[in-house]
Design a protein around this ligand. Structure first.
Ligand code: MN
Length: 424
């Protein structure tokens, strides 16, 4: 077991009960405040742990990192050191915060220098995202979409159980939680008998997804096996892949999603390391027909992450509209990365790979309004009495995720996005 994951560890830093960020989590992110510039940090409970200050005070000696790796507005320079170096860093943070190494615990005058109350900081987008790929790896989601738009008896396309289907998305419009979005405009064709129209999207939707973030991979022309994949994955975030269903329907033939998807995707602020998630591995579904040898894998590669989505209308309480779980994925991350690189495509530190909408087997576990309202035919009732088929202006969509096992609960915080009207 990775030492920092030990469920019996506790910290001398006071941590609220049921926090997403106990000592077993120790995610990484970028913080700034009135007194400090943007920099790398970890988080414990309701405090950010300033890695620049920690390095300055000599607590990170003997590790591979220089202070300049942390004194950056993105995590990429830190991530260039790779998985093993990051694991040692996280283990060191764990020793310092548990008191196994008593130096920081005893240096009480250092506490306010390295631990910043979370209400005093702002997060920034944690990585410079070079490339973004979106998969389509939930069998329930792919089946629901195929049932709605094609043939209920042949909902999955013939390639789906052979290929972890995906497409290259747009990295520039991936935005941090709490950044509002504007309702996109575009072409739609609501009436099959009439010409297309132009205007604000009427069928704005969320997609409940998780994304993993990679380290630098191998040179162009080489591949990463399912066995090697873990070594190239840094961690994960919650990912809301905003979608304009009416724009999508008109534009996606023959080359796939374009303006219906690239106006925004929202991510949570703290990258939970794959190391921290190792304790929550679980078996994936049986894959039938048998997959190609390069997609075979050993061990449990799915991860048990409880997920939920809530909608909060303006000046009203939120309503949870979906409970799903990342463990339902048909294709796991190792297979996705092996497939992505099997042709020699190279990957880089900071690249983001989203799962595709994560739907579960039950109606309340569907990860998009498209499925929850079944194309708008079955509106969802909210606690304030209103109904939703899709997302309205001034709604806030909130996604949360956490894992729980052996008395340890680690989470992702949330990704929260308000939708503003189109400005004409
Ligand atoms: Mn998507």
């Amino acid at each position: 077991m990775i030492e920092a994951n030990n469920p019996s560890l506790t910290s001398w830093v006071k941590v609220p009960e049921n926090t997403d960020f106990p000592i077993q989590n120790l995610p990484f992110g970028i913080i700034k405040s009135n007194s400090v510039s943007a920099r790398a940090a970890s988080r414990i409970g309701d405090h950010a742990l300033d890695l620049v200050a920690l390095s300055d005070l000599g607590y990170l000696e003997g590790l591979e990192f220089a202070k300049s790796d942390f004194d950056q507005a993105k995590l990429n320079p830190m991530m260039k050191h790779g998985k093993q170096a990051l694991r040692k860093l996280r283990n060191r943070l764990s020793e310092l915060l548990s008191g196994k190494d008593e130096s920081l615990k005893n240096a009480t005058d250092h506490h306010t220098k390295v631990l910043i109350p979370i209400e005093e900081i702002e997060n920034e987008l944690p990585v410079e995202i070079g490339d973004y790929t979106d998969f389509y790896s939930s069998i329930e989601h792919a089946t629901n979409v195929g049932t709605m738009f094609r043939d209920p008896d042949n909902a999955l396309l013939p390639n789906w159980k052979y290929i972890p289907v995906g497409y290259h998305g747009r990295a520039s419009s991936i935005i941090l939680s709490e950044t509002p979005i504007k309702r996109p405009k575009g072409q739609q064709k609501p009436d099959p008998e009439k010409p297309p129209v132009f205007g604000p999207c009427k069928l704005l939707d969320f997609e409940l997804e998780m994304a993993f973030i990679t380290f630098d991979g191998k040179p162009l022309g080489e591949s990463i096996s399912t066995k090697e994949a873990d070594e190239y994955i840094f961690g994960m975030v919650l990912f809301n892949d905003w979608s304009a269903r009416d724009i999508q329907k008109w534009e996606y033939v023959p080359l796939g999603p374009f303006l219906a998807k690239n106006f925004a995707s929202s991510v949570s602020a703290w990258i939970v390391t794959l190391d921290a998630l190792e304790s929550f591995r679980t078996a994936g579904p049986k894959q039938e027909p048998e997959v190609f040898p390069y997609l075979k894998y050993e061990g449990d590669k799915n991860i048990d992450i409880n997920l939920e989505v809530a909608i909060q209308p303006e000046n009203a309480e939120e309503t949870t509209v979906c409970h799903s779980n990342y463990k339902h994925m048909y294709w796991n991350q190792n297979q996705q990365l092996a497939h992505h690189s099997v042709n020699g495509c190279n990957i880089k530190a900071g690249d983001m790979y989203a799962s595709g909408t994560i739907s579960g087997p039950t109606k309340d576990s569907y990860g998009s309004m498209l499925e929850l309202s079944w194309k708008g035919t079955q509106p969802i009732k909210l606690n304030d009495g209103s109904e939703r088929k899709f997302i309205q202006d001034h709604d806030t969509v909130i996604m949360r995720g956490n894992c729980e096992k052996n008395g340890v609960r680690i989470g992702f915080g949330e990704v929260r996005t308000k939708v503003l009207p189109t400005n004409d």
